[in-house]
Design a binder for this molecule. Structure first.
Ligand code: CP3
Length: 423
C-alpha cells in the first residue's frame, strides 16, 4: 500500500520527498519490529475478543473465524462522551477541550462516563481528530460552538513543507489515557479513532469549519502535488494516532471522514481514497476491526469500503484489492441518509455495517423513536454483522435518559422478532 499511496508524489516533486522518506522508513521499522499487539492487550489476551461488539464487527465470527452470534445486540453512539451528559459538563468546567483531551485522568474519566450511564457495548476514546496537530506543535484550538480553528491555515506548497514532524513520544498522554481507560473497562472494548486525511486536511486548509470545503477541493485540482503532500502528512499523523491508541489497549479503530460527502465520486477516487487507505495501513496488520465512517457519503460507500479493504489485504497473497475474501472486511459506518438494507445491496452481504439511527428522532415521541430503532435493526439484519449506532453524533441537546432507553430497547430485541428488510 505504501508504494501506491505515495506514487502520485514520487512523480511530482523532490519537495515532497521528506514526508515520503520518513513515512516509508517508519513503515519499514514497524515491519521489522513485528506488527503485533502486545501480549497483554485486551484483544490478544482474550478479554474483549468475544465481546458482542467485536463478534459483529468480524461479521458474526468468533476470534477463530467460526460463525458466532452474540447474546446481545451491540450498540454505542458517536459523541456519546460529551455535552449531552451533565457529569461531562461538570468535569470539563474551566478546562479547554484540547487540554481535557491531553489530561490522561480526565480523558479516561470522560470516556468511561457514558459506559457507566448507558450500558453501551463500547467506549469511544475521548479525544479529537485535531489532537495529532496539537501534538505536532501546530497552533490549533477547539472554539466552543464553532469547532477546530488553526492560527495559520495551510494553503501553499511552502506551508505544507513547513509542517512539523510529529514525534512518536508526543503520543504519551494518549497512551496513558488509553491504558487507564482499558484498565477500568474490563470486557467492554475501547474504540480508538482518527480523522480521515480529507476531513483533517479540510480543517487545515480552511483554518476553521466550513460548509462546502472549497479550499481543499480547489487545491486537489489546482495544485495536486501540494494536495498529495498535505493529505500524505495528514494520513501519516492520523494513522499513527490510531496506532498509538490500538497499541495502548483499544480493540478497534474508526476513521472519521465526516466531510467526504462534499466530494464527487471521481474526486474521491482520484485524490482521497489512496490517502485514507494509507492512514488505515498503519493499523491494518494488527488484527483489530477497522471502521470507516463518513456523512453524506452514499455515492462513495463502495470506494470507502475499498480504501479499508486495500489496506487490510496487504500481505494476503492474491488479495491486493481486498476483494477475494481472503482478508477481513472493514466495517462501514452508514449515516442516517442511506437505509441499511440499501447499504448492504451496495456493499455486499459480507460487509459488516454500523449505524444508523437518525439523531433527529432522539427528540421525537418514544413510540416514533422505538418504531424507527426497530426498523434500523431489521434493515441491518441482512448484513454479515451489525453494530447499532447513530447516523451521526449525539446532538448536545439530547436527553441522556432517552439514550439509555434506546440502549435497553436494542438489548431487548431478540433475533426471532426481526424480519430482515430487503432493499
Ligand atoms: O464521544 C465521542 O464520540 C468521542 C470523542 C470525539 C470528539 N470528537 C469529542 C469532541 C470524537 C470521536 C470526535 C471526532 C471529531 N472531532 C470529528 C468527527 C466526528 C464528527 O462529529 O463528524 C470532527 C469533525 C471533529 C472536530 C470537532 N471537534 C468539531 C466539529 C467539534 C464541535 C464544535 C462545537 O463545539 O460544536 C469538536 C469539539 C468536540 N469534540 C466536542 C467533543 C465532546 C465538544 C467540545 C465541548 O464539549 O465543548
Amino acid at each position: 500500500m505504501a508504494s501506491e499511496t505515495f506514487s502520485g508524489m514520487a512523480a511530482s516533486s523532490p519537495m515532497t520527498a521528506p514526508v515520503r522518506t520518513s513515512a516509508v522508513r517508519r513503515a519499514q521499522a514497524q515491519a521489522q519490529a513485528g506488527d503485533v499487539l502486545p501480549s497483554d492487550h485486551p484483544l490478544t489476551s482474550g478479554v474483549t475478543a468475544e465481546s458482542p461488539l467485536l463478534v459483529e464487527y468480524r461479521g458474526g465470527r468468533d476470534a477463530a473465524g467460526d460463525p458466532a452470534r452474540p447474546g446481545r445486540r451491540p450498540v454505542w453512539f458517536m459523541r456519546q462522551a460529551g455535552r449531552s451528559l451533565p457529569e461531562y459538563r461538570a468535569l470539563r468546567e474551566g478546562t479547554s477541550m484540547l487540554d481535557a483531551c491531553l489530561d490522561p485522568e480526565m480523558a479516561a474519566e470522560i470516556t468511561l462516563q457514558p459506559v457507566r450511564r448507558h450500558d453501551v457495548d463500547a467506549a469511544i476514546f475521548f479525544s479529537d481528530i485535531v489532537i495529532p496537530l496539537r501534538l505536532a506543535g501546530i497552533d490549533v484550538e477547539i472554539v466552543p460552538n464553532v469547532g477546530p480553528v488553526l492560527a495559520h491555515p495551510v494553503r501553499t506548497r511552502a506551508d505544507v513543507e513547513a509542517l512539523p514532524q510529529l514525534d512518536d513520544d508526543a503520543f504519551a498522554p494518549i497512551t496513558e489515557a488509553v491504558a487507564r481507560t482499558v484498565e477500568q473497562l474490563g470486557s467492554t472494548p475501547l474504540i480508538g479513532f482518527a480523522g480521515a486525511p480529507f476531513t483533517l486536511a479540510a480543517y487545515m486548509v480552511e483554518g476553521r469549519p466550513s460548509r462546502d470545503h472549497l479550499g481543499p477541493r480547489t487545491m486537489m485540482h489546482a495544485d495536486p502535488e501540494t494536495w498529495d503532500a498535505l493529505a500524505s502528512w495528514a494520513a501519516d499523523v492520523s494513522g499513527r494516532f490510531m496506532r498509538a491508541q490500538l497499541m495502548a489497549g483499544a480493540s478497534a479503530a474508526q476513521l472519521f471522514d465526516s466531510w467526504a460527502g462534499s466530494l464527487g465520486r471521481d474526486d474521491y477516487a482520484a485524490h482521497v481514497q489512496k490517502h485514507s487507505a494509507a492512514a488505515f495501513s498503519h493499523v491494518a496488520g494488527l488484527g483489530a476491526p477497522l471502521i470507516h465512517f463518513g456523512t453524506g457519503t452514499g455515492e462513495i460507500l463502495d470506494l470507502m469500503l475499498q480504501a479499508g479493504a486495500k489496506a487490510l489485504a496487504q500481505g494476503v497473497p492474491g488479495d491486493d484489492e481486498g476483494v477475494s475474501g481472503g482478508s477481513p472486511s472493514p466495517v462501514v459506518g452508514i449515516d442516517y441518509r442511506v437505509n441499511l438494507a440499501e447499504a448492504t445491496r451496495r456493499l455486499g452481504e459480507q460487509t459488516p455495517l454500523q449505524g444508523n439511527i437518525d439523531p433527529a428522532l432522539l427528540t421525537a415521541d418514544w413510540d416514533v423513536l422505538e418504531a424507527h430503532v426497530r426498523d434500523v435493526v431489521a434493515a441491518g439484519a441482512g448484513a454479515a454483522g451489525h453494530v447499532l449506532n447513530l447516523g451521526h453524533g449525539v446532538p448536545p441537546s439530547t436527553d441522556p435518559e432517552v439514550l439509555t432507553r434506546v440502549v435497553s430497547l436494542i438489548h431487548s430485541i431478540s433475533p426471532a422478532e426481526i424480519e430482515p428488510t430487503r432493499a
